[in-house]
Design a protein around this ligand. Structure first.
Ligand SMILES: *Cc1c(COP(=O)(O)O)cnc(C)c1O
Length: 261
């Protein structure tokens, strides 16, 4: 089942998780959206200890919750190396865990279900989900530079926020946390007008996020006002290493014009 998000953080609302869990709840899959760390303690407190927590840290490599790396908070985490992420192999990703049995299961399942030790056997059906060695080589050199890559994003995010504070709602992490800056997504009431104005100025921007419950495959599961608000108000701004200060000034100017119209 789906649980609504907080309209400000755009992350899962732990209070709503608490209301949604039943004795049949087996696991909660929680996202650190765009690299903003979800308050993991609040989530842990919202469910009983026998509910498994799975961390969608797909866009949160480099982010930290209270100093701890996102992707390492849950029993099982997943990280994406899609081109939009801080470390990219084109396609693919990684699963993280400290649990030996889960580690073995993931290694087995990604490789046709073949047992990782002992005689050749397939104890249960698996998949062909391996990331190729060549792509791993591409990813590993970036992983070693993760801090440097993150610092570049942090600088850019700070430069945006300095210009956009008071114009739109700028993205933040909670005190003591570190945002991963997978994307720089602001929120504002007249999002569609802003998107149009940016495009007219030949600035590439995009709707910040879609809302799962509005998609055909997942609709009619109840009202989700938090997700509706994010879908209507979120705006992803250009965010890449070649952006210059004048580029950021231009983005801020267009947004300022829309908001003060
Ligand atoms: C990028 C992303 C995904 C998708 O990752 P893939 O590697 O393309 O499967 C899923 N969840 C979140 C939060 C993401 O940021």
């Amino acid at each position: 089942m789906l649980v609504d998000v907080d309209r400000e953080t755009m992350n899962l609302d732990p209070g709503k998780v608490y209301e949604a869990v039943t004795p049949r709840t087996r696991a909660v899959l929680a996202v650190h959206l765009f690299g903003r760390p979800l308050d993991w303690e609040e989530l842990q407190n919202a469910v009983s200890p026998d509910v498994h927590l799975v961390e969608d840290a797909a866009g949160a490599l480099g982010a930290r919750w209270r100093g701890m790396p996102c992707g390492g908070l849950a029993e099982l985490g997943c990280i994406s190396f899609h081109p939009r992420k801080i470390v990219s192999t084109g396609e693919g990703g990684a699963v993280t865990t400290q649990n030996g049995d889960l580690d073995d299961a993931v290694r087995r399942l990604r490789h046709h279900g073949i047992a990782t030790s002992g005689e050749f056997d397939i104890p249960e059906p698996g998949f062909n989900y391996r990331l190729s060695d060549i792509l791993c080589a591409v990813g590993l050199v970036q992983l070693r530079r993760l801090e440097e890559l993150w610092e570049g994003r942090q600088r850019l995010a700070k430069a945006y926020s300095e210009r956009l504070e008071g114009i739109v709602e700028t993205p933040t992490a909670a005190k003591g946390d570190r945002h991963g800056w997978q994307a720089y997504v602001v929120q504002l009431d007249r999002r569609d007008e802003a998107l149009e104005a940016l495009r007219e100025a030949e600035i590439q921007a995009q709707i910040g996020t879609y809302a799962v419950h509005r998609l055909s495959a997942y609709k009619d599961q109840g009202p989700f006002p938090g997700a509706d608000s994010c879908y209507e108000r979120a705006l992803a701004l250009p965010f890449h290493s070649r952006l210059t200060e004048p580029d950021l000034d231009r983005v801020a100017e267009v947004l300022d014009n829309v908001v003060s119209e």
